[in-house]
Design a protein around this ligand. Structure first.
Ligand code: PGA
Length: 247
């Protein structure tokens, strides 16, 4: 799966231009396996302008509960609005909004019980990488978020090393492949029902490096920030994904 993570970007006028450009490249039935996570405020607009296509529209975060939680969007509200997936535990949410593994676990449960596919984001810092503790760190993030939960086979893990996000630096495709294999093993052995998840990679994915990533067997797609903001560069990555994965 290829997912555009727009973060706090986009605008009602520029979104229409983005849609126009993309639909000049792809027809409405060519969005299978493609998702976009716009801001909450643009969710309904994006859903509406893509309503005739098979593009999935999701959110960048949801809350685990509703009611007296000013500023929140609950999982049941998101589901009611037609949200099909949500990013959860993105490193920017963890660091800027102090989200911890226990909170992220409650959000995963809320997503699953409301029919929303969770895209759990995990990834190590540069210090952790240098200390050669990446695998231990990722394992701990996965177990804290998923242990004891009955997963659906649509659950997706996004491996996003913090040091690769928005920096232009990335691990090598081979290194990512081996980490993804590790993630699949850990999830399979720690979830309640032994599901092997899809694992997508995020962190400075561009049309220049995407081919190398998608050529690896355990890299099942990408979560794309900066390069998703321009319709043509996002479309180029989607084309490479289709070509390499024959989808
Ligand atoms: P980037 O962001 O593609 O701009 O590195 C990825 C992400 O944060 O999901």
């Amino acid at each position: 799966m290829i997912i555009a993570n727009w973060k706090a970007n986009g605008g009602f006028t520029s979104n229409i231009a983005w849609h126009k450009e993309l639909t000049q490249i792809f027809s409405n039935d060519e969005f299978l396996d493609i998702g976009i996570a716009p801001s909450h405020i643009h969710f309904t607009q994006i859903q509406k302008i893509f309503e005739d296509s098979n593009l999935e529209v999701g959110l960048q975060d949801i809350d685990f509960s509703g009611g007296a939680r000013t500023g929140s969007i609950s999982a049941s509200m998101a589901s009611d609005a037609g949200c099909t997936f949500s990013l959860l535990g993105h490193s920017e949410r963890r660091h800027l909004f102090n989200e911890d593994d226990a909170l992220i676990k409650t959000k995963i449960k809320a997503a699953l019980s409301n029919g929303i596919k969770p895209i759990l984001c995990i990834g190590e810092s540069e210090e952790c990488l240098k200390a050669r503790k990446t695998r231990d760190f990722l394992k701990n993030q996965l177990i804290s978020a998923l242990s004891g939960i009955e997963l659906i086979d649509k659950v997706v893990i996004a491996y996003e090393p913090i040091w690769a996000i928005g920096t232009g630096n990335t691990p090598t495709p081979k290194d990512i492949n081996s980490i993804h294999e590790f993630i699949k093993d850990v999830v399979q052995s720690s979830s309640a029902n032994n599901i092997e998840p899809k694992v997508i990679y995020g962190g400075s994915v561009s049309h220049e490096n995407a081919e190398g990533f998608f050529g690896e067997i355990n890299i099942d797609g990408a979560l794309i920030g900066g390069a998703s903001l321009k319709a043509n560069s996002f479309a180029d990555i989607v084309k490479i994904y289709r070509k390499v994965k024959r989808k």
